[in-house]
Design a protein around this ligand. Structure first.
Ligand SMILES: Cc1cc2nc3c(=O)[nH]c(=O)nc-3n(C[C@H](O)[C@H](O)[C@H](O)COP(=O)(O)OP(=O)(O)OC[C@H]3O[C@@H](n4cnc5c(N)ncnc54)[C@H](O)[C@@H]3O)c2cc1C
Length: 381
């Protein structure tokens, strides 16, 4: 199914490179990264050397100049690192915090922040959500006030991935409270700026990523750090969310497929009432039902990828895919934990981890209800 998307020898070679990196350098340390709450920053340099961090970006800035099919192929491999938090941290850097900079940033900003980010010398984070505003992005309050050529930033951001790892933030701030949707700007804030601080948060899942609460107290950055035009931040962030959601779908689907395979192997070996669990018809039915849902989610996601490869808007399809993949991977995790019995409830079990990790997909980057709300609007209701 959908082999056409990944049909070239270049795709195969790229997958082999990523798979080797994941199998040799990420997967063996999966539980260590859980304990650290993040990965070694040096691994970003390694990913930079392998060309993994700027796949769709212009070669002028060090990118590979490829299309979304390569991003999809990459994350189908990265999820095999057996650590959803690690996958999330990497995807925040490649597909959630840097797309706006590549698309709208000035050459000077790209030179200072995008080039080192593609090399893996810098890591980024996306800072949109606030303690009092998540689903309704327009309700954010973090304020950037202009003082000559400088923005003075005050406020806070909540649940930000890559908090302790990031060298810079793609911050969404209010720059003109009177201007409605024209009153927001995306601003690059280096995390070594005086007045910036953070506090890490304790999550129920995705342990291999560092999520935190950020504070901005009179943080001063040049107005030249604005990505694109002042006042266009809301619209640019809505576009950036499309990449975020699509990479989330790819990862969710591939994670569910990997869990399905692991659970099948487990059920083939686990003896219950004198025969393998996989020999029971009810178990086989579960596997077939799950794989059907996984295949449907993948095809819907690939339809989005194809549209993006053709340079078409895929907002409607991506919203549907995010809704569907989020629900699908939660259902698969729930079935797989059940098939594992007591072992599924242990932290060392992939099913147990998936049970908490997948719960995020229907919340982060726009909750299910937000997707449905957008879709209803797009459908003219
Ligand atoms: C582990 C983790 C990592 C994250 N990483 C980042 C990050 O890197 N950067 C970042 O900016 N944010 C990040 N987030 C934040 C995430 O995007 C928000 O949590 C999410 O958008 C929901 O916002 P909220 O938590 O404020 O929930 P709220 O906005 O308070 O919504 C609560 C619930 O209300 C319901 N709801 C919302 N809108 C509607 C509606 N229109 N109709 C009916 N019901 C509705 C939904 O069920 C929703 O879950 C992360 C969150 C988590 C948990």
């Amino acid at each position: 199914m959908s082999v056409d998307l990944f049909a070239t020898p270049e795709h195969a070679l790229f997958r082999t490179t990523v798979r080797k990196f994941v199998e040799e350098e990420l997967a063996p340390r999966a539980r260590e990264f859980d304990a650290m709450g993040k990965i070694d920053k040096s691994l970003y340099r390694r990913m930079g050397e392998l060309g993994m961090l700027g796949l769709r970006y212009d070669p002028k800035w060090g990118g590979a100049g490829l299309d979304w099919s390569y991003s999809a192929a990459m994350f189908e491999e990265v999820v095999r690192c057996d650590n959803a938090g690690v996958t999330m941290g990497i995807s925040v850097h490649t597909d959630m915090a840097t797309p706006s900079l590549h698309e709208f940033g000035s050459d000077e900003l790209k030179q200072r922040f995008l080039v080192p980010s593609i090399k893996g010398e810098m890591v980024s984070a996306i800072a949109v959500t606030e303690p009092d505003a998540g689903s309704d992005v327009s309700a954010i309050k973090t304020r950037a006030v202009r003082d000559g050529d400088t923005w003075v930033i005050n406020g806070s951001k909540m649940y930000i991935t890559n908090t302790a790892t990031a060298d810079w933030l793609c911050l969404l701030a209010v720059t003109d409270p009177e201007a409605g949707y024209g009153g927001f700007s995306q601003i690059i804030v280096p995390t070594d700026s005086p007045g910036f601080s953070y506090q890490l948060l304790d999550k129920i899942g995705n342990w291999g990523s560092d999520t935190g609460l950020l504070f901005f107290e009179d943080v001063r950055v040049p107005v030249a750090n604005t990505i694109g035009d002042i006042g266009r931040g809301f619209q640019q962030q809505m576009m950036q969310f499309q990449d975020e959601r699509l990479v989330g779908c790819v990862s969710a689907n591939a994670g569910a497929e990997a869990l399905w395979e692991k659970t099948r192997r487990y059920c083939e070996e686990r003896i219950v009432f004198k025969r393998p669990l996989s020999k029971m018809q009810v178990t086989q039915f579960k596997f077939v039902e799950m794989l059907t849902q996984i295949a449907a989610a993948k095809e819907l996601t690939y339809a989005c990828v194809r549209k993006r490869v053709r340079g078409e808007d895929a907002t409607k399809e991506i919203s549907m895919a995010k809704l569907f993949s989020g629900r699908m991977c939660r259902y698969v995790a729930d079935e797989c934990i059940q098939l594992h019995g007591g072992f599924g409830y242990m932290k060392e079990s992939a099913a147990g981890r998936a049970f908490v990790d997948t719960r995020l997909i229907s919340i982060g980057g726009g909750a299910d209800e937000v997707m449905i709300h957008y879709l209803a609007k797009m459908l003219g209701f």
